[in-house]
Design a protein around this ligand. Structure first.
Ligand code: PMP
Ligand code: GLN
Length: 383
């Protein structure tokens, strides 16, 4: 095994989902909806297969999807994109992240990552030969300290990875915070990857700001998103990278020699989905607001200390009022003893000690699933 790989264990998501299945636990761990993709979107995927869209897609994405992505960016963010130059469709946001990180850094370059962080960033940076420089989003508000961020920059800083709304904390970065990040990136000549897969799940009064649309950010930012969360089809793995022509040319170079192209029928279905009416997007948010409030209410019945998210579909809880166990031990006990699966957030930290008492619950679940978890969690204090 390549020595860079040897340091990574198995994905915490695969591990906790396997344990949850083995114990028939209610799975509030790995973030995937247990409700289905909208019927009309599934219909388009099936029709695309029936109509013979079954061979390789255009490497950087079928024209219909790139046109829909440009319309979507204009409609929601007033962001002008040329479908031929500014878009690369990928196999999920995960592949877009891989390609963008490979495209941006040389071995030895430093990459600033806010921690806790979604688990693929750090292995991707290390596999590209980069050096991870973590900056902590501090509990209880999970925001960064400006002096700490400034101190993380050096003349070797090449890239900063931003994730808004943020997994796992639900932090939505404000305009002021993004402008502060922009000024530092401009001063040090750093690029930005902005992972926005939860862009349509932001709870009032918070609002999603697309960093690339802030003055001075467009030329240095690769925006990444995917259809999985917005259209409840995480298994379709249809994502994309957006940015200036030189940045997207670089992403396309990696993409063409990684997977060459994504799964063709889903390009048609996601193109249709992106063009759904405003009422679809409003319903999505009101459903997620209800699910968040249900899980918050259930968790507030327990001794855990709860952090209310501004966006995304996760709630972070501090287990220290209940136990001296670390999150890994405690979340395994929750599965085996009360039948509810979560994710230990310490896996999202470079120094796991920093997240030792934090666990993450997801609420992308049917009301009945959330109710079942709530019932089981009534016995949490006896753990
Ligand atoms: N980024 C974040 C922050 C995520 O939570 C996820 C989770 N799915 C991804 C990227 C990967 O998205 P995809 O499933 O489209 O590859
Ligand atoms: N994004 C999902 C989560 O954070 C899972 C992604 C994965 O399984 N790699 O739960």
């Amino acid at each position: 095994m390549n020595s860079r790989l040897a340091q990574f264990g198995s994905s915490v998501f695969a591990e906790m989902t396997a344990l949850a299945r083995a114990h028939h636990a209610v799975n509030l761990g790995q973030g995937f909806p247990d409700f289905d993709t909208p019927a009309e979107v599934k219909e388009i995927a099936m029709r695309a297969i029936a109509d013979g869209h079954n061979q390789y897609a255009v490497s950087h994405g079928e024209p219909v999807l790139r046109a829909a992505l440009a319309e979507h960016a204009e409609r929601f963010y007033n962001q002008p994109l040329n479908p031929d130059e500014n878009i690369c469709v990928t196999s999920g946001a995960s592949e877009a992240l891989w390609c963008a990180i490979q495209a941006c850094i040389n071995p030895g370059d430093e990459v600033i990552v806010f921690e806790p962080s979604f688990d693929v960033y750090i292995p991707n940076i290390v596999m590209a030969g980069g050096v991870v420089v973590p900056v902590t989003l501090h509990a209880p508000s999970f925001r960064f300290n400006r002096e700490e961020l400034r101190a993380a920059f050096s003349k070797r800083t090449r890239l900063l990875i931003l994730n808004t709304p943020h997994n796992p904390t639900g932090t939505v970065f404000t305009r002021d915070e993004i402008e502060f990040i922009r000024d530092l990136c401009a001063e040090y000549g750093a690029l930005v990857i902005s992972d926005e897969v939860y862009e349509h799940i932001v709870f009032a009064p918070n609002a999603h700001i697309r960093p690339a649309t802030i003055e001075g950010m467009g030329e240095r930012t690769i925006t990444i998103s995917s259809g999985g969360k917005t259209f409840s089809c995480t298994g379709w793995k249809c994502g994309w990278a957006l940015g200036t022509k030189p940045l997207i040319d670089a992403v396309r170079r990696v993409h063409q020699f990684t997977v060459f192209a994504g799964a063709t029928p889903f390009h048609y279905a996601i193109a249709h989905a992106l063009r759904l009416t405003d009422s679809f997007y409003m319903q999505l948010l009101s459903d997620y607001t209800r699910r968040k409030d249900m899980l918050l209410a259930a968790l507030r019945q327990t001794p855990l200390h709860i952090h209310e998210p501004e966006g995304a579909y996760f709630i972070t809880a501090d287990i220290s009022p209940l136990t001296t166990d670390d999150g890994i031990t405690f979340s395994k006990r929750m599965i085996t003893e009360i039948g509810v699966a979560t994710i230990p957030s310490q896996k999202f930290y470079v120094n796991e000690e920093h997240g030792r008492s934090l666990i993450r619950f997801c609420f992308c679940k049917k009301d009945e699933t959330l109710n079942k978890a709530a019932e089981r969690m009534l016995s949490l204090s006896s753990l």
